[in-house]
Design a protein around this ligand. Structure first.
Ligand code: THU
Length: 130
């Protein structure tokens, strides 16, 4: 199954009664396993979680740590980029050159890299003097 298909399928499980904006994310690890996630909202709005965060949590629970590719899909006029927090979460487990494909349910696609999404990323190296 392609990452796009996996993201498309899991998006249908999104719990988004407040925004009504369902998002699906799928990632493939360097070992070839695919993990998926969808957004899970909460009546206490800040407690909601993004699709990307769900896929990353599934990856860690599955015993993997390195992302090779990401795909995100939503029903939006243009491909929706991950929020700032998710960019940092993805960067924790992906090299700057890793491809992130953003898709819409009506077939638009935009591909960019983790480095494009988060230039100047904060890394563990910045704490070397601590
Ligand atoms: N959302 C995601 O799951 N991923 C994104 O990349 C953008 C935003 C979710 C969070 C919230 O449930 C809804 O979309 C509206 O912000």
């Amino acid at each position: 199954m392609t990452l796009l298909q996996a993201a498309t399928d899991v998006r249908l499980h999104a719990y988004a009664p407040y925004s009504r904006f369902k998002v699906g994310a799928a990632l493939r690890t360097e070992t070839g396993t695919v993990y998926v996630g969808c957004n899970v909202e909460n009546v206490a709005y800040p407690e909601g979680t993004c699709a990307e965060a769900g896929a990353i949590a599934a990856m860690i629970a599955g015993g993997d740590t390195r992302i090779a590719e990401v795909c995100v899909i939503a029903d939006s006029p243009d491909p929706v980029p991950p929020c700032g927090g998710c960019r940092q979460k993805i960067a924790e487990f992906a090299a700057p050159g890793v491809k992130v494909t953003l898709c819409t349910t009506d077939g638009k696609e935009r591909s960019l890299t983790v480095g494009d999404l988060l230039p100047g990323v904060f890394t563990a190296a910045h704490m070397d003097r601590a």
